[in-house]
Write a protein that binds this ligand. Sequence first.
Ligand code: FEO
Length: 167
Amino acid sequence: MLSKKMMNALNKHLNAELYSWYLYLSMVSFFKDQNLEGFANWMELQAEEEMMHSMKFYNYIIERRGSVTLDEIAKPEQTWKSTLKVFEFTMKHEQKVTALIDDLVILARKEKDNPAEIFLQWFVTEQVEEESNVDAVISRIKLAGDHPGAMFQLDTEMGKRIAAPQV
Ligand code: FEO
């Protein structure tokens, strides 16, 4: 059984993951508006991963006999000055999520909740991958610079991203 403190913290984080989903959906439409279908595809898969993360928290709370509390999802940003700005924003957001996961791990230890700590380990690893993926895209956008041909090619490559297998 989850402690009340742990249950509230997991519910709060469920909302943070749902917000990530919402934010990335907003970025999908931003890219679609500019006919950057490859970037839109990349971000759509990112959004799908956030929904999968949300469901992991949702199901875990229930599995531990806690109660899920669905809160309002904050309105996400909708416009950015450039493709690079979108990904820099994404990086900052992912770093915030990493810090939230770290705080949850610390709380699980304080609460002596071993199962929750083990559950959260998947997210600790996932955040390393998320930040690394976004960092790689930022580097490539910077390499492409202001060359339309290079950005066109990058957009084509972003379109090749496929869904990661669910674990
Ligand atoms: Fe679910 Fe991108 O953190």
